[in-house]
Design a protein around this ligand. Sequence first.
Ligand code: SAM
Length: 258
Amino acid sequence: MGSVRVVSLFLNCSLMSVAPVDKSGQRIRQMFGAIAGWYDFLNHFLSLGIDIWWRKKTVELVPPVGTEPILDVCTGTGDLAIAYWHAAGHKAPVIGTDFTHEMLVRARDKGLKARTSLDSAALSFIEADTMQLPLPSDTFQLVSVAFGIRNVTDYKAGVREMVRVCKPGGQIAILEFSRPTNSVLGKLYLFYFRQVLPKLGQWFSKSEHSAYNYLPASVLQFPSGEEFAREMTDCGLTQVTCCPMTFGICTLYRAVKP
Ligand SMILES: C[S@@+](CC[C@H](N)C(=O)[O-])C[C@H]1O[C@@H](n2cnc3c(N)ncnc32)[C@H](O)[C@@H]1O
């Protein structure tokens, strides 16, 4: 058997279908709680720093307008919430929500460091489930989420909740992993994603909750590109557009609440 065939077989093995992932709230909280201390470092290390650029691009492509409040759900350690707070010139209040306490502790720490002036708009983080936000309807000019929506037990309920709290005419920005459309690149990416990344992630974080096995499985089982865009339309959004980034490894979905 030629070496090309061996490599191809090897890559294909890494693409075999995966068992459904357990996305119960308790499991997700436990998993992110266990890796919270390593989350930022591993994010940047395993993505070679590209995740920082993805969030930066999100803020550029879906920019805040004026001083009305902004919400970032599944905010984790708060990077996108903080990026939006800076992008709004510290003049629009920003709220980050997440249901994993350990992640929010980091977000609050970063938020405190970012807020150097007392007269800037509020930057706050509250513990909340994305499927049941304790926030009033039709309130936010922009509701965002980065790498969070695919983890939500009923992700369509999560999107509908984002739509509920967004004001009519407001913007929705969803940044999420997707599957590259180029087949060679897609296979290489999936090989890294399924064989290399889980081992590195587990080794660094010493996580027993297999967060880095969960990552590829959850991405492979989540709708990608046009399929997810259609689901966003079903959730009541209009003007839904997909903006693939870095060969389609991740996609920014933009939409407007009618
Ligand atoms: C991969 S992290 C993303 C964090 C951050 N947005 C970022 O860009 O790095 C996913 C986050 O979603 C949160 N999450 C998952 N399901 C949730 C839910 N139903 N309600 C609130 N937060 C949730 C987890 O606690 C975790 O902090």
